[in-house]
Design a protein around this ligand. Structure first.
Ligand SMILES: Cc1cc2nc3c(=O)[nH]c(=O)nc-3n(C[C@H](O)[C@H](O)[C@H](O)COP(=O)(O)O)c2cc1C
Length: 175
């Protein structure tokens, strides 16, 4: 699968088979994450690999859209050092790299958002950090990624919208 095929094929997968994600595949996902661009090459991220069933069940309860984490055999939590400025952007780039690498490996994945914009970490983020054994003084959490072998295939698709593309200035849709 080439890069553009993987980009189009990546879909959010929330149902998984019982098959585990292998250790070599886990390594590829982490390598992909670490290859992401980051501001000033700061790489503020820290990834927590979670396979423990009880821990995944607790993470699944963090908010109403996180239930899939109990069904995903592998969860990667995308954290960053709390004292860095562009951690959200850096962690988002690393997250997308993980999702695309997963697609290329034939794995399904889903981004479960945790961070919400605001001065202080929201209660869901505080809870996720607590479950992962840290605090908001040390780390922030952008998201939790559920990973596994997809129980059903979703079709690749492009969502290209010409109305959201302008040429030379906003609103000019013809070249
Ligand atoms: C910032 C962000 C937060 C998301 N949070 C959740 C979530 O909490 N639970 C979930 O099931 N999907 C979550 N998603 C996945 C989106 O629902 C999904 O990407 C979107 O519906 C488009 O579908 P696709 O990923 O198949 O293209 C999130 C995606 C992003 C980018």
């Amino acid at each position: 699968m080439d890069t553009f095929e993987a980009i189009l094929a990546r879909r959010s997968v929330r149902r998984f088979t019982a098959e585990d994600v292998s250790a070599p595949h886990e390594r590829v996902l982490l390598e992909a994450a670490f290859a992401a661009p980051s501001s000033s090459n700061g790489r503020p991220w820290h990834f927590v690999v979670v396979r423990d069933t009880a821990t995944r069940a607790r993470l699944a309860g963090v908010h109403q859209w996180s239930g899939l984490l109990a069904r995903a055999p592998l969860v990667i939590a995308v954290l960053a050092r709390a004292d860095t400025k562009y951690w959200v952007e850096d962690c988002a780039a690393a997250t997308e790299n993980i999702l695309l690498a997963a697609t290329a490996l034939g794995l399904g994945s889903c981004w479960v958002g945790i961070w919400e914009q605001g001065e202080m970490p929201n209660p869901d983020e505080v809870e996720a950090l607590t479950i992962l054994g840290t605090t908001a003084d040390c780390h922030r959490c952008l998201c939790l990624i559920g990973l596994g072998h997809p129980a059903a295939l979703k079709a690749p698709r492009t969502q290209f919208q010409p109305s959201k593309v302008s040429y030379e200035r906003v609103g000019r849709h013809a070249r």
